[in-house]
Design a protein around this ligand. Structure first.
Ligand SMILES: [Zn+2]
Ligand SMILES: [Zn+2]
Length: 461
C-alpha cells in the first residue's frame, strides 16, 4: 500500500519533470549536445542541397538559354518574396487581385523560404520586437545569426514575440499555400524551372541544377541579406535607436529592400526607396501592377511625416556635434562679481574685459588680436560693450564665439545677463532653445555679448 502510493507519487513527479523539461535552446551548447541544437532539416535545404548542386554543376555544361532562364526565374522568385511575402502579406502595404496573389504565392514558394503564413508571422515579430530577444532574427545575436544562424540552429517557438495574423488566416491564397506547402514548393522550386528548360530547349538537367537548385541558393542568400546586411551596413537617416540601415549595396542585392531604416520607420509604405534614383525594383513592379489593374490601394506615408522624421534625426546628429564644441562656461555657472572688484582685479594686472555684463580673461589672446594689441589693451578694466559692438569695430560672429570661450565671470547688475540670472534664481519662465540633451543652443549672431543696437554715442577710451 505504502510502496504503491510511493511509486504513484514518484511516477507523478517524474511526469512533471518530463513536462517541464527545458527546450533544447535553453541549454548551453556543448561538445556532446551541439547536434541537438542544429535544425538538420533546414541544414539539408539551405546548405547541403546547394553544395550538391555545385558538385553536379561541375559535370553539367551551362547553356545560354538556361542561364537566361535562371536569371529570369531568380528575379521572379525574388519578387515573390519581396513584393509578395514581405510587402503584400507581412505589411499589407497594398492590395492585390486574385491572379496577382496566386502568382506571388507560387513564385514566392519557389524561393523555398517557408509558407507565407509562417514567414509573415516571423517578420511581423521582427518589426514589433526589433533587436530584442523576441525578434526571431535579431542582429544583436551576431551578423551570421541574423543571416542564416536563426534557421540552421533550432529556435524556441515560445520565445518569438506574439503577433496578430488574423488577416492572413482569412486569406484563402495564404491558407491554401500553407496547407499544400510541400507539393507547391517542390513543384515551383525544382519541377517547374526544369520543365521550362526541358520542354523549351531540351536541357532537363541544366534546368534542374541551374534554374532549380543553384537559383534557390542565390535567391535565399540574397533575401537573407535583408535580415543581416540591412541591419548592419549603411546610414540611419530616420532613426538610430535600432539597428536597421539604408545602403545601396543591400538594395542591389535584395531587389530594393536595402532602404531598411526607412522601411522600419514606415513599414506600411509600399516603397522602400523614396527617391526616384534609388534602386527599388520591387516598388517599380508594384507600381506597374497598379497600372495594369492588378494591384490597388498602394499605401504611402505623407512626405510631411517622412521629412519630420528625417529632420529630427538630423537634429540629433547636430546636437552630438554641438556637444563636442567649447561654447564657454554656461552663464549660470559663472561667479557674480561687483564692477569695482572687476576694475580692481584689472588694475592688479589681470587682462579682464567686460562685454555686455560678462567678464572675459583675454590674457592669452592679446598677442593674437587681429585689431592689434593697443586696441584690446585699451578695453582692459572697462565695459567694452560699445567698443566691441561697433563703437570701434563691429566684431564678427566668429569673434563673439571666440570671446565666449574666455568668460570668467558676470558683473552684478550687468545688462541682460544679470536679469537672466535673477530670473533663473527666482524660477521665472524664461525660455531658451535647448538641444535634446538640455544644453542651450547658441544660434549664429545670438551670443550674449552681441548687442543688437550698437551704442554709437559711447566713446572709446
Ligand atoms: Zn528588419
Ligand atoms: Zn518588413
Amino acid at each position: 500500500m505504502g510502496a504503491s502510493s510511493a511509486s504513484a507519487s514518484h511516477s507523478k513527479s517524474s511526469r512533471k519533470v518530463v513536462s517541464e523539461k527545458p527546450h533544447i535552446t535553453e541549454l548551453p551548447i556543448t561538445w556532446t549536445n551541439w547536434w541537438k541544437h542544429v535544425d538538420w532539416l533546414n541544414v539539408y535545404f539551405i546548405i547541403m542541397i546547394p553544395i550538391m548542386g555545385c558538385y553536379w554543376a561541375w559535370f553539367t555544361p551551362l547553356q545560354t538559354k538556361t542561364a537566361i532562364w535562371s536569371v529570369i526565374y531568380y528575379f521572379n522568385t525574388g519578387i515573390g518574396i519581396t513584393a509578395g511575402y514581405h510587402r503584400l502579406w507581412a505589411h499589407t502595404s497594398y492590395s492585390a487581385t486574385l491572379p496577382l496573389k496566386i502568382y506571388l504565392a507560387a513564385v514566392g514558394a519557389g524561393a523555398v523560404e517557408g509558407s507565407i503564413r509562417w514567414w509573415a508571422r516571423g517578420h511581423r515579430a521582427h518589426h514589433r520586437y526589433t533587436d530584442t530577444d523576441k525578434d526571431p532574427y535579431s542582429v544583436r545575436k551576431g551578423l551570421l545569426y541574423s543571416h542564416i544562424g536563426w534557421m540552421v540552429m533550432k529556435q524556441n517557438p515560445k520565445r518569438i514575440g506574439r503577433t496578430d495574423i488574423t488577416d492572413l488566416n482569412e486569406d484563402p491564397v495564404v491558407l491554401w499555400q500553407h496547407k499544400h506547402y510541400i507539393p507547391v514548393v517542390t513543384f515551383m522550386s525544382l519541377i517547374f524551372p526544369m520543365l521550362v528548360a526541358g520542354l523549351g530547349w531540351g536541357d532537363w538537367k541544366g534546368g534542374f541544377i541551374y534554374a532549380g537548385i543553384l537559383r534557390i541558393f542565390f535567391v535565399q542568400q540574397a533575401t537573407f541579406c535583408v535580415n543581416s546586411l540591412a541591419h548592419w551596413l549603411g546610414d540611419q537617416p530616420f532613426d538610430d535607436r535600432n539597428s536597421p540601415r539604408d545602403h545601396v549595396l543591400t538594395a542591389l542585392v535584395t531587389l530594393g529592400e536595402g532602404y531598411h531604416n526607412f522601411h522600419h520607420e514606415f513599414p506600411s509604405d509600399y516603397r522602400n526607396a523614396i527617391e526616384w534614383f534609388q534602386y527599388d525594383p520591387t516598388k517599380w513592379s508594384i507600381w506597374v501592377w497598379k497600372q495594369l489593374g492588378l494591384a490597388y490601394d498602394l499605401k504611402q506615408f505623407k512626405s510631411n511625416e517622412i521629412e519630420k522624421g528625417r529632420l529630427q534625426q538630423m537634429q540629433k546628429k547636430l546636437d552630438r556635434v554641438r556637444a563636442k564644441l567649447d561654447w564657454g562656461i554656461p552663464l549660470e555657472q559663472l561667479p557674480v562679481i561687483e564692477f569695482e572688484d572687476f576694475q580692481e582685479q584689472a588694475r592688479n594686472g589681470k587682462a579682464l574685459i567686460a562685454v555686455a555684463g560678462v567678464i572675459h580673461d583675454v590674457s592669452d589672446f592679446i598677442k593674437d588680436h587681429p585689431g592689434g594689441r593697443a586696441i584690446i589693451n585699451s578695453g582692459i578694466g572697462k565695459d567694452a560693450t560699445a567698443m566691441f559692438n561697433g563703437g570701434v569695430y563691429n566684431h564678427s560672429n566668429a569673434a563673439h564665439n571666440l570671446l565666449s570661450t574666455m568668460r570668467v565671470g558676470v558683473i552684478r547688475g550687468g545688462c541682460e545677463v544679470e536679469i537672466w540670472k535673477q530670473a533663473q534664481r527666482e524660477n521665472k519662465d524664461i525660455s531658451f532653445v535647448n538641444d535634446s540633451t538640455g544644453t542651450r543652443i547658441i544660434r549664429a549672431g545670438a551670443q550674449v555679448t552681441r548687442i543688437s543696437e550698437p551704442i554709437i554715442a559711447a566713446q572709446p577710451a
